[in-house]
Design a protein around this ligand. Structure first.
Ligand code: PLP
Length: 320
């Protein structure tokens, strides 16, 4: 039996992160409402600390470490937002952190992670097995490994974004959520099933990497090769057993969005709402615009999961 997190864990997480994570704004756009014939509520995690919702889950996990765990610190492997979330959470909680990053990670990401106070250990992604390396470092230093999505405390922490959204705007008809490994979607599902029981919940993943959609259809976790997509926060190869169990139980369906649709949504946010949303963060809105859902007169929640995108890359995508 899997020990799945519950809505009570989301409530506990929201207390733990209070005063540490931002309560991000819910923004609206008359243009978006008009385009979709719906009432759309954007939960802006692009304005979260370190630029993405991942701070919520990482902080919730690290805040529950025992004294001995705190002394040795936290370990993560990631080249993306989870790395920075663990590094920043560790610093705020006064514990050391080690982040394993590939030697070819962008210099800006290495610097940002070090800037949050983490020790960065580089590995060669072609010749070294990062999971084996992580296990070895965790054992040698007594550190606690925090995975990016398949972890009850991480999932519960991610659920606090949807919880805040529903507290702020009331019940919704649909919720659209970017999907990689499923931490955000499963946490969102826990909060939404409790606070807006009739709400349809959709995960949205890149079309090039629709492993979760395949998994839901097949009834078991499907593994794929690392997908080629602009949505670098959703390049996961498979769901985890915990996230899959919650998604299978609570989520309405999984939709996909193409890279072109993500760029179109990114441009919409820049032009109309004056904000930077990274490609992965655009998955929910891209599906609202293109997935053929019936949104007429519906109240629709869209989670904008992050805003971390290299500026030169951003400019290139918008001007192309
Ligand atoms: C990690 C991430 C996702 C995917 O979250 P999962 O919990 O892995 O499904 C989506 N958007 C952004 C910006 C992310 O950093």
């Amino acid at each position: 039996m899997l020990n799945l997190p519950t809505y009570d864990d989301v409530v506990a997480a929201s207390r733990r992160i209070q005063g540490h994570a931002h309560r991000t704004p819910v923004l609206r756009s008359a243009t978006a409402n008009q385009m979709l014939g719906a009432e759309v509520f954007f939960k802006c995690e692009n304005f979260q600390r370190m630029g993405a919702f991942k701070f919520r889950g990482a902080y919730n996990a690290l805040a529950q470490f025992t004294a001995a765990q705190r002394k040795a610190g936290a370990l993560a492997f990631s080249s993306g937002n989870h790395a920075q979330a663990v590094a920043l959470s560790a610093r705020l909680l006064g514990m050391p952190s080690v982040i394993l990053m590939p030697t070819d990670a962008p210099a800006a990401k290495l610097d940002a992670t070090r800037g949050y106070g983490a020790e960065v250990i580089l590995f060669d992604r072609y010749t070294q097995d990062r999971e084996a390396l992580a296990a070895q470092i965790a054992a040698a230093r007594g550190m606690t490994l925090i995975p990016p999505f398949n972890h009850a405390d991480v999932m519960a922490g991610q659920g606090t974004a949807a919880m805040e959204l529903l507290q702020d705007v009331g019940e919704l008809d649909l919720m659209l959520v970017p999907l990689g490994g499923g931490g955000l979607l499963s946490g969102t599902a826990l909060a939404t099933r409790a606070l807006s029981p009739h709400c349809q919940i959709y995960g949205v993943e890149p079309q090039a990497g629709n492993d979760a959609q395949q998994s839901l259809r097949k009834g078991e976790i499907v593994h794929i090769d690392t997908p080629v997509t602009l949505a670098d926060g959703a390049q996961t190869q498979h769901l985890g057993p915990l996230t899959f169990a919650v998604i299978q139980r609570d989520v309405t369906d999984i939709l996909t969005a193409t890279d072109d649709q993500l760029v179109q949504a990114m441009r919409f946010f820049a032009e109309r709402m004056k904000m930077v949303v990274e490609p992965t963060g655009c998955l929910g809105f891209a599906a609202a615009c293109h997935a053929g859902l019936d949104l007429k007169a519906k109240r629709v929640g869209v989670i904008l999961s992050g805003g971390n995108v290299d500026l030169a890359r951003y400019a290139g995508l918008l001007s192309a």
